[in-house]
Design a protein around this ligand. Structure first.
Ligand code: G3P
Length: 218
């Protein structure tokens, strides 16, 4: 399972990259706004800066809701860097746009996916990645991780190439569950990645090793 970080924060991207386990970055308009990145030129410049930091796929989302402008924005984003993946919402125009991008060899990430039916549409249109929002489903008492497993089952049976990118990940446990549910990629906040390191027995064991070493070595 690939590890992507879900942020537009350059420091956090760098910290995750320095861990040596980072495979890519996803962003969305909310994450860009959170970093105070506003205005078209600044947004495009920020994507370029992210691409300079990581030599991996970077998902950059279109703002337009209509086919024509999705294509225009998506082409502009794709022209920024070969690692840009154009993120497109799961709508009728979005699926038409994904189909168009596929025909023009531009890679896509279909976002805001909440059902298996939507996942089938995105795969038919040739999406490179599919982003089901696990945490937001959990928020509504639907089982987000069950959706990942269901889509994985369908994609395996139908031999679809689209990669399942578990998104809206909130906790370290979500990451483990995404791996069990057969997600191809998980995109998560830095805190969820760092949480994977933690276990009290590791800390206790390390302290004992050190104490024993110091006892016998003076
Ligand atoms: O990957 C999508 C993500 O950014 C949404 O996360 O926590 O706002 O549901 P969240």
């Amino acid at each position: 399972m690939l590890f992507f970080i879900d942020t537009a924060n350059l420091d956090q991207i760098k910290e995750a990259k320095d861990l040596g386990i980072l495979d890519g970055v996803t962003t969305n308009p909310s994450l860009m706004a959170k970093e105070g990145i506003t205005g078209k030129n600044n947004i495009l410049k920020h994507y370029k800066n992210i691409c300079k930091l990581v030599d991996n796929d970077v998902s950059a989302e279109v703002i337009a809701l209509d086919f024509k402008n999705m294509i225009r924005e998506g082409q502009e984003l794709a022209d920024l860097d070969e690692n840009i993946v154009v993120k497109v919402p799961m709508t009728i125009d979005g699926i038409k746009a994904i189909n168009w991008f596929t025909e023009h060899s531009i890679r896509t990430n279909c976002t805001l996916v909440f059902s298996a039916g939507q996942a089938i549409l995105a795969a038919k249109a040739g999406a490179t990645y599919l982003s089901p929002f696990v945490g937001r489903l959990d928020d509504t008492s639907w089982d987000g991780m069950a959706l990942i497993a269901e889509i994985s089952d369908i994609y395996e049976k139908q031999l679809y190439d689209t990669m399942i990118l578990a998104a809206s990940i909130r906790t370290s446990l979500h990451i483990v569950q995404a791996a069990k549910a057969n997600a191809d990629v998980v995109t998560c906040p830095l805190s969820a990645i760092l949480g994977l390191f933690n276990h009290p027995l590791t800390d206790i064991g390390l302290a004992k090793f050190l104490a024993d070493h110091n006892k016998s070595n003076g």
